[in-house]
Design a protein around this ligand. Structure first.
Ligand SMILES: *Cc1c(COP(=O)(O)O)cnc(C)c1O
Length: 382
C-alpha cells in the first residue's frame, strides 16, 4: 500500500491554485496507451492539442501554439529568453510575486529590465507604464501577469497592450492562471506572447505548458541568437510546426489528459467556465465574510480563480492547514510579504458548490472550536 492509498479513494478538494481537481474523464485519459513520440499517432495528437490550445487561448487564424513539457514557468521563461532580442529590454509590470518572477527570469538571461513596482495588490497605473516606455525606447517588450495569483488581482492587460503598441513595443503576458477562465485574447487584446499551462483554469494534468503567438512572430525568432538550448522557443516552434513532431520527449500521458481537458474546455466555453468559477468564488467569499474574515481585494479587482484573505485573528496558517486537510481540503499559503497574515483559496478546477458549502462549514467549526478552547485556556478572559 502506498502512503497515498487513502488519498486516491477519498477525494481531496484542491483549493491550491493548480494543480486542480480533475474531471474523471481527464484523469482516465492519463492511462492512455504506451506510445512513441516519433510515431504518427503522436504527431496527430500534438497537432490537435496545438490547434485546440490556440482556440481556448483566444488566438485567431494568424496564431499558433507551441506545446512544452514543463510547468507554467517553463513557458514564461521560454518566451522571455527567446522573444527579447539582443540589446532589447523588458519593462516588467510588477504588482505581486509572479510579476517579480518575470524580472528574475529576465535577469537570469542577462536581459535588461526596468521594474515598474506598484506594490503587492496595487492596481497598475497605466500612466506610469506610458511614462516608462516614453522614457526608454530600449524597452522593446512589456511583461505583465494577467491574473497575479499571489493576490488574486486581475491586471488590465488590454489597457497595457494599447499603450505598449502605441509605442511600438511587444507584450508578453503570463496568463498561466487566467487562460481558460478569464477574458484574454491575443487576437483582440493585443497580447503578442501568451504563456499558459495545462493545469490551472484549463483543468488538465500538471506537466505541460504552452505559448500562443502569431505564426509570423515565432518565425521571426529565428533571426536572434539563442540564449538557451532547451527552452529555445524557435527550436520548439520549428520542430512542431515544420516536422509536426516535438523537439524532445514530451510528457505523453499529460498530453492525453490535456486533449481531454481541452475538449471539455471548448465544449463548456470560456464564458460559461468564467461564470462557473465566479459562482463558486462568490459563494466562497460570501461565506468567508459571514465568518468575519477579511478579503484582501475589493470586488472590482478580483479574478474568479483565487481569493486571498487575512488569517483569522490568533490563528496560524499551519493550524488552519492541518484542520482543513484532515477534512479533505487543501488550502494554500500566501507568499513572501503576505505570508505572515494571509492565505489563499483557489476556485479553479472541478470544485462544486457542495464542496464550497462543506468547506465553509468545516472552517466555521474549526474557528468555533478554537474560540472555545481559547476561552478555556485564557480562563474566560475573552
Ligand atoms: C502557477 C503560476 C505560474 C507557474 O507556476 P509553475 O509552478 O511553474 O506551474 C506562473 N505564473 C502565474 C501567474 C501562476 O499562477
Amino acid at each position: 500500500m502506498t502512503p497515498f492509498a487513502a488519498a486516491a479513494t477519498d477525494r481531496l478538494v484542491l483549493m491550491n491554485p493548480g494543480p486542480v481537481v480533475l474531471d474523471d474523464r481527464v484523469r482516465a485519459a492519463l492511462s492512455g496507451p504506451d506510445l512513441c513520440h516519433r510515431e504518427p499517432e503522436f504527431a496527430g495528437l500534438l497537432a490537435r492539442i496545438r490547434h485546440k490550445t490556440t482556440l481556448v487561448a483566444g488566438g485567431g487564424d494568424a496564431h499558433t501554439a507551441v506545446l512544452l513539457t514543463g510547468s507554467g514557468t517553463s513557458a514564461v521563461e521560454a518566451v522571455i529568453s527567446s522573444a527579447v532580442p539582443p540589446g532589447g529590454g523588458l519593462l516588467v509590470i510588477d504588482n505581486g510575486h509572479y510579476g517579480e518572477r518575470l524580472a528574475d527570469i529576465a535577469a537570469a538571461h542577462g536581459i535588461r529590465t526596468h521594474r515598474l513596482e506598484a506594490g503587492w495588490a496595487v492596481p497598475v497605473d497605466l500612466a506610469a507604464v506610458e511614462r516608462a516606455l516614453a522614457a526608454d525606447p530600449g524597452l522593446t517588450h512589456v511583461g505583465v501577469v494577467h491574473h497575479e495569483t499571489s493576490t488574486g488581482m486581475l491586471n488590465d492587460v488590454a489597457g497595457i497592450a494599447r499603450i505598449a503598441h502605441a509605442y511600438g513595443r511587444e507584450v508578453i503576458v503570463d496568463a498561466v492562471s487566467s487562460v481558460g477562465a478569464e477574458r484574454v485574447s491575443p487576437a483582440e487584446d493585443g497580447v503578442d506572447w501568451l504563456a499558459g499551462s495545462a493545469n490551472k483554469c484549463l483543468e488538465g494534468a500538471p506537466g505541460l505548458a504552452f505559448v500562443v503567438a502569431a505564426t509570423d512572430a515565432f518565425e521571426r525568432l529565428g533571426a536572434f541568437p539563442r540564449r538557451t538550448y532547451y527552452l529555445d522557443l524557435h527550436r520548439h516552434y520549428t520542430a512542431q510546426a515544420k516536422s509536426g513532431l516535438p523537439a524532445f520527449t514530451p510528457g505523453i500521458p499529460a498530453c492525453y489528459a490535456f486533449e481531454a481537458a481541452l475538449d471539455l474546455a471548448l465544449a463548456e466555453g470560456r464564458e460559461a467556465r468564467h461564470a462557473r468559477y465566479r459562482a463558486l468564488a462568490e459563494r466562497l467569499r460570501a461565506g468567508l465574510e459571514a465568518l468575519g474574515l477579511e478579503l484582501l481585494l475589493p470586488p472590482g479587482q478580483r479574478a474568479v480563480g483565487l481569493t486571498a484573505l487575512r488569517l483569522p485573528p490568533g490563528t496560524g496558517y499551519e493550524e488552519l492547514h492541518r484542520g482543513l486537510r484532515a477534512a479533505g481540503f487543501v488550502i494554500y499559503r500566501a507568499q513572501e510579504r503576505l505570508a505572515a497574515d494571509h492565505w489563499r483559496l483557489s476556485t479553479m478546477g472541478r470544485i462544486t458548490a457542495a464542496d464550497i458549502d462543506r468547506f465553509l462549514s468545516v472552517l466555521a467549526d474549526l474557528l468555533r472550536d478554537r474560540a472555545d478552547s481559547t476561552d478555556v485556556t485564557e480562563g474566560g478572559t475573552r
